[in-house]
Ligand binder design. Structure first.
Ligand SMILES: [Zn+2]
Ligand SMILES: [Zn+2]
Length: 161
């Protein structure tokens, strides 16, 4: 049998259990059972997404491609949105849909990178349509508000759960 270890949080307590992530010994009182094994409280406290949220390279590529697709396809969509009532509400729904699309393309990992891609992809169509107005010095808050709703919804769709 291996030498008894001592809990890193309680140096006087012997244990044979160690954290699946960092390998530090932990006593039965400190250990936390997770879906991927026994962990120390520090590692167990990390949100699930902090481990699952690291996208593999091909998932990043797919997220970016999905983002470009959303940005391009979003231009006519945003154009129509501006003609409709409740633009902000529909924009939020469209932004969320775009966010989910990008999230799926990235293997449903979500996380900061997915949020950045989703936010940029969602903002692009609005900015393209707003650019002429903004450059002309005409400031219309309504489309900007719609953009903010869409961008937030896209980001929310990619948060880590
Ligand atoms: Zn640990
Ligand atoms: Zn302990």
């Amino acid at each position: 049998m291996a030498e008894p270890l001592h809990c890193y949080r309680h140096p006087k307590r012997e244990t044979r259990v160690s954290c699946a992530t960092c390998g530090r010994p932990i006593c039965t009182e400190c250990m936390v059972a997770t879906d991927v094994g026994i962990k120390c409280p520090d590692d167990a406290r990390l949100p699930r997404g902090a481990r699952a949220g690291v996208m593999k390279r091909d998932q990043v590529v797919r997220s970016v491609l999905a983002g470009v697709g959303v940005a391009v396809a979003g231009i006519p969509v945003a154009y129509v949105l501006f003609l409709l009532p409740f633009t902000w509400l529909i924009s939020a729904a469209a932004g969320y849909g775009a966010g989910v699309l990008i999230n799926r393309a990235g293997g449903r990992n979500g996380g900061p990178l997915a949020i950045v891609i989703a936010v940029l992809a969602t903002a692009v169509p609005f900015l393209v349509l707003l650019a002429p107005n903004l450059l002309a010095g005409a400031f219309n808050p309504r489309p900007l508000i719609a953009m903010v709703f869409a961008v937030i919804a896209a980001g929310v769709a990619n948060r880590q759960i």
